[in-house]
Design a protein around this ligand. Structure first.
Ligand code: ZN
Length: 685
């Protein structure tokens, strides 16, 4: 073996340098794993034994303190490749040479270059000449094994993390408000002020329903929110800062506040420039979610409800979804209506009724306009508007305002809670100032440098205390005083004014729409067997209305069946005009509530097959037309009319313009009798 080894190192190689490649990945390994470093440097002695002069052995350790799986960012490896490529190297030495390169393609590239430049490779197992097939095969295998080893190691590590995460036991950094106890169990932060602040945030969101309103409520009361420092020398310290909208969202979206363990909410991806892109993934893609894994501030159900609320807020605030300002036209709910099926905002369209009256129709047809889909649903507007108006008049009563005033009292008590929190802030500032003062007092006054630093710290703490005190006092003064009796009376009077204004027919639609916007946030409607309208009032209360689907226009004007029967009876002996008069005299009205006219009765008969016209009835009885009669009697039609007028023939009018049918004359028809006055021959009254 030894002989063979020497055979592989001919003198021409010894004229070139030997490169000793030393690598450790992390700084920590550099400090702690000195054993491996020692072994790496011991290789130098092997090279000397093979005949290299000690000063011809160059140590390359450019990768110390680097971790990389690609050659791109490893100077040391690049340097080895360059040196070998220039033909300046006789042998490359490494503890596990295959680890020179972190992936196979880099490694094979190096072997190829070594073979071309007749460079040998040495590791703890022996000397290899990459120009020989057997050696190259072995080295290639070593490279593959090394890559596989890294993969397996990573997979084991990841697998361990994964199974812990799936059990909900993986210790990961916690959000502010939650801490690990000594047994790495998750607890609520023992700091009472932190707990109170987190609780207040959830309660405020519950009350206001939006993250922005929650943030504003904190800002208005000048309440600060805690943040625990995660890393650095200040790790674990609490920082008090104003609440941001983004922060509220982070807290509301974080399942850990609901006591759920979660892992894999974010996905990291390597970018070509070496940076990492972080992306939040949808809950369905979270790797692990274990509800009820530890203590929380809210329940899991509440968490889900909050997510739903945030989603709806996003929908309502997204593109093109803003509540639209009141426009002309009488549709009260224009711009306030949401479709209960798809969540889109609904449009309004008007149709003209007789008499120039505009009738609104609410339509969910955005998709239809955009991509030609079917109209999602349409809701007749008149009855809905009417019902909502009625609801408003019912809601805005002295009674409901009384309730509102009671709520106002409750808000007053919430202000007390806010004030308590502010007082706690002052106490904390006081405590920290005292601590800083004590530290300053305890230090040796001759130790100027430390004393100065501590004094500055003390001053800063005193300033913070002063600020907190000032804020507390200012807010306390501003906290709204309870309403006086006079103010209450004026609020209650508003209810009466509202009803008067709403019912006044002279109030234009535009003003009504403005009133409605003061009171209603939005209305979600669904049309099924009935129309369901969920009304959301400003301030959070809701009402649900159920309305029957109103009759269509033609159904509305339909004449009642009682009237139809009546008309049927009257047709036996009366003309349409006469029937209209009789119906009106008896108090009957048409489907749309108007008195009957001759034309209406005429149309009614014409449009309904069930009603046989008076003409047909008379014809069925055998009545003759004027012409038929004239022919039968051998007289002219005008004579027929004259004879009928004088009672020689019996005539039955079938229109109101004296158009008649004539009863057959019978066995003794009247004949022409010259010289006899018609008046004397009357046979019928
Ligand atoms: Zn829809």
């Amino acid at each position: 073996m030894n002989r063979e080894q020497h055979q592989k190192v001919p003198p021409r190689h010894l004229k070139r340098a030997a490169l000793l490649y030393v690598r450790q990945s992390t700084m920590r390994q550099v400090f702690e794993n000195t054993e491996s470093t020692k072994r790496q440097y011991a290789l130098r002695d092997r090279a000397v034994a093979l005949g290299w002069p000690r000063d011809e052995i160059v140590v390359v350790d450019g990768d110390l303190g680097h971790t990389a799986t690609a050659a791109g960012d490893r100077e040391g490896f690049e340097r080895v490749v360059t040196e070998v490529g220039m033909g300046r190297v006789g042998m490359v030495l490494g503890l596990e040479v295959s680890r020179l390169a972190r992936n196979s393609s880099d490694w094979h590239r190096l072997l190829e270059i070594c073979a071309l430049t007749e460079t040998l490779i040495l590791d703890e197992d022996g000397v290899y000449d990459p120009a020989h097939f057997n050696d190259r095969l072995l080295l290639g295998l070593k490279g593959q094994m090394s890559e596989a080893e890294i993969y397996v190691m990573k997979a084991r590590l990841h697998g361990g993390i994964l199974s812990k995460a799936l059990r909900g036991e993986l210790p990961v950094p916690l959000p502010t408000g939650l801490v690990y106890d000594t047994q790495t169990r998750v607890q609520l932060d023992p700091d009472a002020q932190v707990q109170a602040c987190v609780n207040l945030l959830f309660a405020t969101f519950d009350r206001t329903g939006t993250a922005t309103a929650t943030m504003k409520a904190f800002r208005k009361d000048e309440l600060l929110f805690p943040r625990r420092v995660r890393k650095g020398p200040q790790k674990g310290a609490l920082i008090w800062e104003p609440l941001h909208h983004q922060r509220v969202l982070q807290i509301l979206h974080n399942p850990r506040y609901a006591g759920a363990f979660v892992w894999g909410r974010r996905k990291e991806r390597r970018l070509p420039n070496g940076h990492t892109a972080v992306k939040f993934v949808a809950p369905e893609e979270w790797i692990s979610l274990v509800p009820g894994a530890h203590a929380g501030y809210i329940t899991w159900t509440q968490y889900q409800a909050n997510q739903q609320q945030l989603l709806e807020n996003a929908k309502a605030q997204g593109d093109d979804r803003r509540q639209s300002p009141p426009r002309e036209g009488p549709a009260l709910l224009q711009g306030l209506l949401l479709c209960g099926r798809c969540g889109d905002r609904m449009n309004v369209r008007y149709s003209m009724r007789r008499g120039g009256q505009q009738v609104p129709l609410y339509l969910c047809d955005r998709e239809r306009t955009r991509v030609g889909a079917r109209t999602c649903q349409s809701i007749p507007g008149a009855s809905l508007d009417e019902a909502i108006g009625q609801l408003l008049v019912e809601m805005v009563t002295p009674l409901t305002l009384e309730v509102a005033l009671t709520v106002q009292d409750e808000i007053q008590s919430r202000l007390a809670e806010a004030s308590r929190l502010r007082k706690m802030q002052v106490e904390r500032a006081q405590y920290e100032a005292d601590l800083a003062r004590q530290r300053f007092m305890n230090v040796d006054p001759n130790h100027r440098l430390v004393a100065d630093g501590l004094e500055a710290d003390w001053n800063a703490k005193l300033r913070a205390l002063h600020d907190a005190q000032e804020r507390c006092e200012r807010e306390h003064a501003a906290d709204r005083a309870p309403l006086t009796d006079d103010q209450r009376a004026r609020v209650l009077a508003l209810a009466v004014d509202f009803r008067r204004l709403w019912r006044d027919p002279k109030t234009p639609p535009r003003e009504r729409k403005r009133l409605i916007r003061f009171l209603i946030e939005d209305v979600t409607v669904t049309r099924e067997d009935t129309i369901t309208a969920h009304v959301r009032f400003r301030g959070g209360s809701t009402r649900t209305l159920t309305l029957p689907i109103p009759l269509r226009a033609w159904e509305l004007t339909k004449t009642s069946s009682a009237v139809m029967t009546k008309v049927d009876g009257l047709l036996d002996s009366h003309t349409p005009g006469r029937i209209a008069t009789i119906l009106n005299q008896n108090g009957h009205r048409s489907g749309n509530g108007r008195p009957f006219t001759r034309k209406m009765v005429f149309d009614l008969v014409k449009d309904h097959d069930a009603l046989k016209s008076r003409y047909d009835r008379l014809r069925d009885k055998g009545c003759l037309t004027q012409e038929e009669m004239a022919e039968r009697l051998g007289i002219t039609p005008p004579t027929v009319r004259r004879w009928a007028r004088h009672g020689l023939l019996r005539a039955h009018p079938y229109t109101d313009r004296q158009q008649c049918l004539y009863e057959p004359p019978g066995a003794h028809p009247p004949r022409k009798m010259q010289g006899h006055k018609l008046a004397g021959r009357r046979a019928f009254p």
